[in-house]
Ligand binder design. Structure first.
Ligand code: COA
Length: 377
């Protein structure tokens, strides 16, 4: 085939790169299942820990399996003293995504199983990452304010403990539930950019910490995980509900992106959005601050009416995390704390049936030529 006949799938749009049994993204019905269960059902009926178990084991846990999983996760939460000192030494004002990427990379150097690529070792490492990532995110957040870290509480759920290590208190059950729901909805999503990054790194037979460090780097960008932060910046810029429609007009005039809208796969809506929006609204009532959800409602209505573009999950999680008391740069690290479950499931799947991921490119540079002597350049 001549080069001019080759079809380049820019952005790998429409390319099926492998099979997966972890989740199914159904663009036609705008729906998503994890191991066969609809994500909105899991959000209503399960805890994040149950969903993590499901993603890693293929089935929901029974009561004994869940208790063992919770105990193992809770016991692995503390960080080493060395890592606490490393986190305390991060540059002032470092972005929390850079902090968690560096902390995870450091954990790879400390982990007793780093070089062991067996599935059993990868599962042990995945559990330690799941348990330690929230502790590291919270320690970096607190260090950035000059505050000492708070020790994790093994008696608390994954979601409740995250509030505890960040703020030293656990909020109302509605707030913890909304957070837990967001973790479930963020946990897994097919071959998105960060998961594909993790699989690509794994395909070279690098270890789990290497794959997760790279995945965190991919998640940072505003076209991927960083969108939830961008959404809240946008809502704050708009400020009040009466300014929302006018602000949007300005964006349309400049043909600018509106963050938290659009999706590469879901072109007619994202099934995670109604669930998250409902929990965010319930929480806004409890917290007593309706403004952000009101601005969001206006933006979503106008985007649909004028552009036929639907919101994605980052749209309701942005204001939800803000109402929970998290600073905006913390939003994407929270996504990391959840998505480690999906990444690890994909790493295990990739390693079990591996082929090096290595696509081709069509050369578009100058034709082959000879190297001129330096005096002639
Ligand atoms: N705001 C305004 N217009 C948007 C838009 C948005 N958020 N998302 C898509 N569009 C428009 C595009 O400008 C394009 O219009 P055109 O055909 O007139 O050029 C059309 O919708 C198709 O979008 P396209 O960029 O081709 O879709 P994509 O699949 O390449 O991109 C995203 C998907 C997610 C990268 C894109 O929608 C986006 O940048 N959204 C904002 C960031 C975001 O929320 N990311 C989180 C993703 S989960």
């Amino acid at each position: 085939m001549s080069e001019s006949e080759i079809h380049v799938a820019k952005g790998l749009v429409g390319v099926y790169a492998d099979t997966t049994a972890v989740s199914k993204v159904m663009a036609e019905t705008n729906s998503l299942t994890y191991r066969g269960y609809a994500v909105q059902d899991l959000a209503e009926q399960c805890s994040f820990e149950e969903v993590a178990y499901l993603l890693w084991h293929g089935e929901l846990p029974n009561a004994a399996e869940l208790a063992a999983f919770r105990a193992e996760e809770a016991a692995a939460r503390p960080l080493s003293d060395v890592l606490h000192r490393v986190i305390a030494a991060f540059p002032h004002g470092a972005h929390p995504m850079d902090a968690i990427r560096t902390a995870v990379s450091f954990m790879g150097m400390e982990d007793p199983d780093t070089a062991d690529l067996s599935e059993a070792a990868t599962r042990r490492k995945a559990m330690r990452l799941l348990a330690k990532i929230p502790t590291a995110i919270a320690a970096a957040y607190r260090a950035g304010h000059g505050w000492a870290p708070i020790a994790p509480d093994p008696a608390l759920s994954f979601a409740a403990n995250f509030f505890h290590v960040c703020f030293g208190r656990v909020p109302a059950p509605e707030v913890v539930k909304a957070f837990d729901v967001s973790l479930i909805l963020y946990a897994e999503h097919g071959f998105n950019a960060s998961t594909f990054t993790a699989r690509t790194v794994t395909s070279t037979q690098a270890d789990l910490h290497a794959a997760v460090t790279a995945a965190i780097a991919a998640l940072k960008g505003p076209l991927h995980g960083g969108a939830n932060e961008a959404v809240m910046h946008m809502l704050k810029e708009i400020g009040t509900p009466d300014r929302a429609a006018g602000w949007l007009e300005g964006r349309f005039e400049h043909r600018a992106l509106v963050m938290g809208f659009g999706h590469r796969v879901y072109k007619h809506g994202d099934s995670r959005v109604p669930t998250m929006t409902r929990y965010a609204e319930r929480m806004a009532e409890v917290v007593g601050d309706r403004k952000w959800m009101e601005i969001s409602r206006i933006l979503a209505g106008e985007m649909l009416r004028q552009k036929n573009i639907h919101p994605n999950l980052d749209f309701p999680t942005g204001p939800a995390y803000f109402l929970m008391g998290f600073e905006i740069p913390m939003f994407t690290p929270i996504f990391v704390a959840s998505r480690i479950t999906g990444w690890a499931a994909h790493v295990i799947e990739q390693a079990a049936d591996n082929r090096l991921i290595r696509p081709l490119s069509v050369y578009s540079g100058v034709a082959q030529r000879s190297v001129p002597p330096i005096a002639a350049r």
